[in-house]
Write a protein that binds this ligand. Structure first.
Ligand code: KG4
Ligand code: ZN
Length: 343
């Protein structure tokens, strides 16, 4: 089965073609980041309009890259939620119109399920069951994964998502949007130990997260530096280092706890923040020490992309799932509501 995947939940138009025999045949991404950077964050209406402009040319590019004519596509998978309503609607309407005109099935896919299953696209794919740490711009969740669609939420953020905390802290230091990669780059030049940030909610039991206090701590530290001698590049690097350590160590503590609770030996990390090198190296160390293993997607598939949607869609389409007649999108959509896929 050959599946066209369309991702348009936020500020990236991602297109891919996945073939169940040959694997990934082509993928392309158009990022709207430069457009939104002017405003310091994503402007939903501009995002929707840009998806409209970019999606069809990108689909044509990917079909050429994949050597695929419309008649060779068997189904279309698109992101139906969670995400920005207008942006989701663009992808949903385009997918459903193409599927109707090509007379093939379409299926709306859960964006976070796409992230969660993305490591299965790699050669060294994890087997079920595993614990998944989903860390993106909108979500921070720990999930017990027994199979496709068999998800139990173990813990999640009570306030800001990890990626959002990176982005907001970066903005306070006048770094461009999205701030995660900029903080990570600066942190490499930072001195460890000059600032020590708290590790929120690690001193009490449970698997939930909270990152808003860390953001306030960052704001106070930045303001103290500004008042003292202006915020120097070294100050920024030292703050970035302390912030990154605090977020990563908090995630590490919770992952260890989730693995102990579930008894699983495999940990999957996915979503934009899973591209963070320090997080990956710390989890490698920790999992090695516990006799387990950490799995993650290649960097291009950590952040939003069409490949994860085509792939997650295929896993459900092959089990016979299809959209019914009305077009639905789900700007908020708990992953535990998804239908289990057996076998
Ligand atoms: O998964 P994603 O592309 O979009 C959402 O579904 O939200 O994640 C984007 C988030 C942003 O907050 C971005 O700053 C963060 O991932 N991010 C990173 C890194 N690369 C992207 N955060 C920390 N370190 C990175 N290297
Ligand atoms: Zn995402």
């Amino acid at each position: 089965m050959r599946v066209l995947g369309i991702e348009s939940s936020c500020d990236e138009t991602g297109i891919a073609i996945y073939d169940s025999e040959a694997g990934l045949l082509g993928h392309a991404l158009y990022s709207q980041v430069d457009m939104h950077a002017l405003y310091g964050g994503v402007v939903p209406e501009l995002a929707s309009r840009d998806h409209i402009r970019k999606a069809i040319p990108l689909i044509k590019d990917v079909m050429a890259q994949a050597g695929t004519a419309p008649g060779q596509i068997d189904a279309i998978a698109y992101t139906a939620g969670p995400g920005l309503a207008g942006a989701l609607m663009v992808g949903a309407c385009l997918a459903r119109s193409l599927a109707w005109s090509w007379d093939i099935p379409a299926l709306g896919v859960h964006h976070m399920e796409g992230h969660l299953l993305a490591p299965l696209l790699e050669d060294d794919a994890p087997a079920f069951p595993f614990v998944a740490l989903l860390v993106s711009g909108g979500h921070t969740q720990l999930v017990d994964v027994q199979g496709v669609g068999q998800y139990t939420l173990l813990g999640e953020s009570m306030d800001d998502a990890a990626g959002e905390a990176f982005d907001k802290t970066a903005k306070m230091m006048d770094l461009p949007y999205p701030g995660g990669p900029h903080i990570a780059r600066l942190a490499m030049q930072g001195n460890e130990g000059r600032f020590v940030f708290p590790k929120p909610m690690t001193d009490r039991p449970g698997l939930d997260f909270s990152f808003s206090g860390l953001k306030t701590f960052a704001r106070n530290t930045i303001e103290a530096c500004r008042a003292e001698s202006g915020l120097t590049e070294q100050d920024k690097a030292d703050i970035a280092r302390a912030f990154e350590i605090a977020v990563v160590e908090t995630l590490v503590v919770k992952c260890k706890r989730a693995l102990k609770e579930t008894g699983h030996k495999r940990l999957v990390i996915a979503g934009g923040v899973s591209a963070n090198k320090y997080l990956r190296s710390r989890l490698h160390e920790v999992m090695g020490g516990m006799g387990g293993k950490v799995y993650y997607p290649r960097p291009a598939f950590c952040t939003d992309n069409g490949a994860m949607i085509a792939f997650a869609g295929w896993l459900r389409l092959r089990a016979g799932q299809r959209d019914d007649v009305p077009v639905h999108i789900y700007p908020r959509w708990p992953m535990e509501q998804l239908e289990a896929v057996h076998g």
